[in-house]
Design a protein around this ligand. Structure first.
Ligand code: PRX
Length: 685
């Protein structure tokens, strides 16, 4: 069992009794009627493979599969023998029916707007695929994408998918260290980036980070660089494409490295316009071909490269998008996640474009230039579906009602949340202030590893209970069990597991199948997948997620391993030892508290306290990125340990939260440590 798992301590005090019946207007207009949904539920319960095979028929295949599932726990293959391409499913197949429908509507933070139709997006994607092939890439090669939220980020992902280049998107907020680790682990040959992106009115210097990483990335040959001031413009490329092919100009090296720098638009223009379709043709890929690797935190210091397939992944993304968001051609759908996270993969790019929807995308911060930026954009673009994180909702709540109230939000018809539990107060505010009381809220539970939504209301069908993601979608066998894998009684806390494989499940951890098995499939027997979350089930079968039971934090909806932050801290020359725990935070869900022991020779005089704390904070930002910045750093002479030398995190969590320790400390090696830590927290007030 996971080291810190402890079913006795699940917090089951979260009670919410309100029930919101399913929306009638959804039932009337939904793409699925209530009887369709009932049939899907029955099929999913009776014949999981049959259910998913039916879902797979919604996609366009070059060649149909000959076996639905091959399951050798923990490894699965779905739609075996099938051949498919994700970009064909997101683009080509819509050209006959909706070439001039907007696929992407984009706003940059400084305020520029642009729209790409399906025909235009398709053209851009095949042009870039051709360009990437010209750089020498072949199906199976890996490409890192380190981009701001500009349309070209979507183009880059789909161009990789088209050529069969497995992409690994690295969130633009990660540091050059994190970027380097990911490029090296994935052995990426090309990185696609931009000179900078806008955030809170400032420039995020992406290219600088790439240049700092490049010298340490032996596999990297090229960096394709978009000039941010040309983002969202078809013109620099279109104008040239009316002329003839231009030679790719002499490439300079990036920084100190041997990596060749290529300008995005130069690369696009180096393809003869008459040859774009041929050179950018889609690869006919095996269903199991790895579409992407996405790194996520776990309980060790090293992030895991979660590998997703093409066929099965798309089936999960498409089916969940249809069921949960009920997308229609008339919708303007906005998922606020960055493409650096799995939500940006499945619900900004692959799911909605596979449906043929209109996706709105925004580059920057929610409050730039004014606190009403989100609501102004919803008004301006008539956004009908908004999918965001509870952290954002809580932050907006705190800013005040006047900002949403000053805008016309009547275009909204559905709201969604993801990434962390939503507290009833935030749910109610979202429902009333943003949804005008008329929009259902889909609270969607899933993970990087699940690839697509697992537990969520279906708005036409499901009664909502604020704070619960409600029931598993059809095709998922989700349960709450005890340590032995037995179902726990109604209302009692237990472990959230998925007992049967599903198409969009992670296939492995890149380069480390053993770790894949150990992390997800060793706590329970018979191929049961453990989410790492605690949960309880109520009398109606609704699931209430209680948060992680391992050493993984959820900070503002982003997953961070405590060990990862600890490794960053101990890599600082002054640090002897560090322990990191989470502490409840009103806005971010969880904040980071670090307990740090300095090496003897560096013991700090009180007057230096602040500067050492700042130095350590900045060091973590440099090592990982700003999302890992500790909220508090406590310097201590020792850490509480068991007699066998394990750090007692439970005590540290109590200290971080309450400033004192109440529980049992009899196994503690040195009681003086706790006394000293309590004393120091009293001193700090
Ligand atoms: O603890 C759960 C929480 O986020 C974790 C997954 O994080 P990540 O892989 O980064 O993916 C986030 C976006 C899919 C889960 O193990 N989580 C996710 N959604 C919810 C949630 N907790 C409660 N309610 C949710 N709706």
């Amino acid at each position: 069992m996971t080291e810190t798992a402890n079913p006795g301590t699940f917090d089951v005090t979260l009670r919410e009794n309100r029930v919101f019946p399913p929306s009638r207007s959804f039932a009337e207009k939904s793409a699925y009627s209530l009887s369709d949904l009932q049939r899907l539920r029955e099929l999913g319960a009776r014949d999981i493979e049959g259910y998913w095979a039916e879902a797979a028929r919604d996609l366009t295949w070059f060649q149909k599969w000959n076996r639905i599932l091959e399951w050798q726990p923990p490894f699965s293959k779905w739609f075996v023998g099938g051949r498919i391409n994700a970009s064909v499913n997101c683009l080509d197949r819509h050209l006959a029916t909706r070439p001039n429908q907007a696929a992407l509507i984009w706003e940059g933070e400084p305020g520029e707007c642009s729209t790409f139709t399906y025909a235009e997006l398709h053209r851009q994607v095949e042009n870039l695929t051709a360009g990437l092939r010209q750089l020498g890439l072949k199906a199976g090669d890996r490409v890192a994408i380190y981009m701001p939220m500009v349309p070209e980020a979507t183009v880059a992902m789909l161009a990789c998918a088209r050529g069969g280049f497995t992409h690994t998107v690295v969130f633009g907020g990660f540091s050059s260290e994190s970027l380097k680790d990911r490029i090296n682990d994935a052995e990426a040959k090309v990185v696609i980036t931009a000179d900078f992106g806008w955030r809170k009115g400032g420039r995020v210097q992406l290219l600088e980070q790439v240049a700092a990483a490049a010298s340490f990335c032996a596999t990297l040959t090229h960096a394709v660089v978009l000039q941010r001031e040309h983002a969202g413009q078809l013109t620099p490329q279109v104008r040239r494409s009316f002329q003839t092919r231009r030679d790719l100009s002499v490439l300079s090296s990036l920084g100190e490295s041997k990596v060749k720098k290529v300008d995005w638009h130069e690369l696009m223009a180096s393809i003869d316009p008459r040859e774009v379709s041929r050179l950018g043709r889609p690869e006919e890929l095996d269903s199991e071909h790895p579409l992407f690797i996405l790194y996520t935190s776990g309980t060790t210091g090293k992030p895991k490269g979660i590998v997703h397939s093409t066929g099965g992944y798309l089936v999960g993304a498409l089916r969940s998008t249809k069921l949960v968001f009920d997308l229609k051609p008339t919708d303007v759908y906005w998922c606020t996640a960055d493409i650096g996270w799995v939500t940006g993969h499945s619900y900004v790019v692959y799911g909605p474009l596979a449906v043929g929807a209109t996706v709105f995308m925004y580059e920057g911060a929610p409050t730039t230039p004014e606190n009403d930026r989100f609501w102004a954009m919803i008004e301006r673009h008539r956004v009908s579906i908004l999918y965001t994180a509870p952290t954002a909702i809580r932050a907006f709540m705190r800013l005040g009602d006047q900002f949403p109230q000053s805008r016309d939000l009547s275009s909204l018809r559905l709201l969604g949340t993801v990434g962390e539990p939503i507290n009833p107060g935030a749910w109610t505010w979202y429902h009333d202030q943003i949804g005008g009381g008329r929009c259902p809220i889909v609270d969607t539970f899933w993970q990087t590893e699940t690839g697509s939504i697992v537990i969520s209301p279906i708005p036409a069908e499901t009664a909502l209970k604020p704070g619960s993601a409600t029931r598993p979608l059809p095709g998922y066998d989700v349960e709450v069990v005890d340590r032995a894998g037995k179902l726990v009684p109604v209302g009692q806390g237990g472990y959230l597991v998925i007992r049967k494989p599903w198409p969009s499940m992670a296939r492995t951890i890149h380069g480390d199948p053993e770790r894949f098995k150990k992390t997800y499939f060793s706590d329970f027997e018979n191929g049961v997948y453990f989410t790492g979350d605690g949960a309880r089930k109520d009398a109606d079968g609704y699931i209430w997620c209680l948060g992680r039971v391992d050493d993984v934090l959820n900070v503002a909806g982003h997953r961070l391993g405590t060990m990862e932050v600890e490794s960053a801290l101990v890599s600082h020359p002054k640090v002897a030892e560090a322990a990191v725990v989470g502490r409840a935070d009103d806005i971010k869900g969880q904040g980071i508290v670090a307990f740090v022991t300095l090496k003897k020779e560096f013991s700090v005089a009180d007057r230096d306290l602040k500067s050492v704390q700042d130095e350590l904070r900045n060091h973590v930002v440099k090592e990982i990125g700003a999302i890992a910045r500790p909220d508090e750093i406590r310097l201590t002479d020792g850490l509480p340990k068991t007699r066998s030398g394990k750090i007692m995190r439970r005590l540290l969590r109590e200290l971080a939260t309450h400033g004192k320790v109440q529980g049992d400390v009899t196994t503690l090696e040195d009681l003086n440590v706790i006394a000293a830590l309590q004393q120091s927290s009293d001193d700090e007030g």
